[in-house]
Design a binder for this molecule. Structure first.
Ligand SMILES: [Zn+2]
Ligand SMILES: [Zn+2]
Length: 131
């Protein structure tokens, strides 16, 4: 029985890991009730919001719909499917790209779609836009 349980645990962990690798959006977004900005959960400002004032959103679209705008410190995406570029880089990425995970928050610039990014001269990333 014990052996069976540990095998189940390994299976669950493998599932959780593969799920994380394919996750589209980051963990979530938060805002302060009565505030103006919404944040990533990693933002130092977000960490100061007290539990009784904390509002949670699954996507940036939800936060914007609720009347919040993006925080300048943590620079959250303006929508769940916005593309990401860096000012110095020449490629645009999906938010789920591993290149995006390594980017400096302050350097991220968002585009609402491929057309907008290409208009500014950006090219698709070979990793996240691989055909
Ligand atoms: Zn923030
Ligand atoms: Zn990419």
């Amino acid at each position: 029985m014990k052996k069976f349980l540990s095998m189940v645990m390994v299976g669950v962990m493998a599932l959780a890991l593969s799920g994380a690798a394919f996750a589209q959006a980051p963990a979530g977004y938060v805002a302060s009730k009565g505030g103006e900005k919404f944040h990533t959960t990693e933002c130092p400002v977000a960490k100061k919001i007290t539990a009784d004032k904390l509002v949670k959103f699954a996507t940036p679209d939800e936060a914007i719909k609720a009347g919040y705008s993006a925080c300048k410190t943590c620079n959250p995406p303006p929508s769940a499917d916005a593309l990401v570029v860096t000012k110095a880089g020449g490629k645009y990425h999906k938010q789920s790209c591993r290149i995006v995970a390594g980017m400096d928050t302050a350097n991220k610039v968002y585009y609402k779609d491929v057309a907008a990014a290409e208009k500014d001269g950006y090219k698709p990333c070979a990793i996240c836009f691989k055909k």
